[in-house]
Write a protein that binds this ligand. Structure first.
Ligand SMILES: NC(=O)c1ccc[n+]([C@@H]2O[C@H](COP(=O)([O-])OP(=O)(O)OC[C@H]3O[C@@H](n4cnc5c(N)ncnc54)[C@H](OP(=O)(O)O)[C@@H]3O)[C@@H](O)[C@H]2O)c1
Length: 279
């Protein structure tokens, strides 16, 4: 089989689904050659799709050739992580490990993979179009150079922030990981209100989407807080004031914050559920 460390930049992906595809697309766009990317993907059709699209190597199960990878990206669902780790661990001890799996702690990974060189990432779905935001946590054994290597990969999917504590990953999961769904929910409500007021669904959608992206861009380019920006467009007795007063009367901010905290709690529970040793 392939000589270990035959190429210092070879990257293996365990799992070839949506997140792996987004990262592979980014790496190929950066100029990494397809033959240096090895994907383990149990569904043969999915492996074939990746091979055709990106020119990567793919296999349906872990194999000794994985030992040429100095970086292994874990892009499997949390439910199958332990099993996938048991299969690949014999060939990946030399590598730096980067996991995008929700809920799987780096302690569990260290135990399953026999390595301390682990980075956990929590991306979100806009990563699939290069507009994601990812929270990253590195175990102490990960060097500064290795952190930069990870940044170079995550950069291709959008922005990133580093976290000091692993427990903060659950907060990232609740805020930005689940966050796109909150935005979609809010958009649904805006569109439904628009239609109720006599706009066509297309008009309401156009207005709602442009309002969201425009307001976000304004907040990003401004020194002022969202609260200050809101105050500036809320004159007493005006239309916005009427809307915000109704929102406040319904206690929406508190309910919404409770919803995000519920997501954080669920993220921690999932870690407990799937972080057990493989049976
Ligand atoms: N999509 C996102 O935006 C997003 C955001 C944040 C975090 N994440 C996390 O990223 C991880 C991957 O998500 P995803 O959306 O990419 O999921 P996905 O599209 O379902 O991809 C997971 C892939 O792993 C494969 N797989 C299953 N068992 C395996 C094994 N033993 N060895 C190797 N591969 C195996 C699956 O194959 P089969 O189809 O045959 O099962 C599937 O193709 C998850 O933990 C998710 O929580 C995703």
């Amino acid at each position: 089989m392939t000589t270990p460390t035959a190429h210092p930049q070879a990257i293996a992906f365990i799992g070839g689904g949506h997140m792996a595809s987004a990262l592979i697309g980014g790496l190929r766009a950066q100029g990494l050659e397809g033959h240096l990317i090895e994907v383990v993907e149990p569904l043969p059709e999915q492996g074939e799709r990746l091979r055709r699209r990106w020119g990567v190597q793919s296999s349906v199960q872990a194999h000794p050739g994985l030992s040429r990878a100095d970086l292994v990206v874990w892009a499997v669902k949390p439910q199958v992580f332990a099993q996938a780790a048991a299969q690949a661990a014999p060939y990946t001890r030399q590598a730096l490990h980067l996991s995008v799996a929700a809920g799987i702690s780096s302690d569990s990974m260290a135990a399953w993979l026999g390595s301390q060189r682990i980075v956990r990432a929590m991306p979100n779905t806009p990563a699939l179009i290069g507009r994601g935001i990812t929270g990253l946590y590195a175990r102490p054994a990960v060097s500064a150079d290795e952190r930069r290597r990870v940044e170079g990969i995550i950069d291709t999917t959008g922005d990133l922030i580093w976290l000091e504590q692993e427990s903060q990953i659950d907060a990232v999961t609740a805020l930005s990981g689940s966050g796109p769904a909150y935005v979609f929910y809010f958009l649904e409500a805006l569109i439904a209100a628009g239609v109720r007021m006599g706009l066509t669904p297309d008009q309401a959608r156009t207005l709602a989407l442009a309002t969201f992206s425009g307001a976000t861009a304004l907040a990003q380019s401004s020194q002022e807080s969202p609260e200050q920006l809101r105050a500036q467009v809320t004159s007493k007795g005006g239309t916005t004031h009427a809307a915000i007063s109704a929102i406040e009367a319904a206690g929406l901010k508190v309910h919404f914050m409770e919803a995000v905290l519920a997501a954080q709690k669920r993220a921690a529970e999932l870690g407990q559920e799937f972080g057990r040793s493989p049976t």
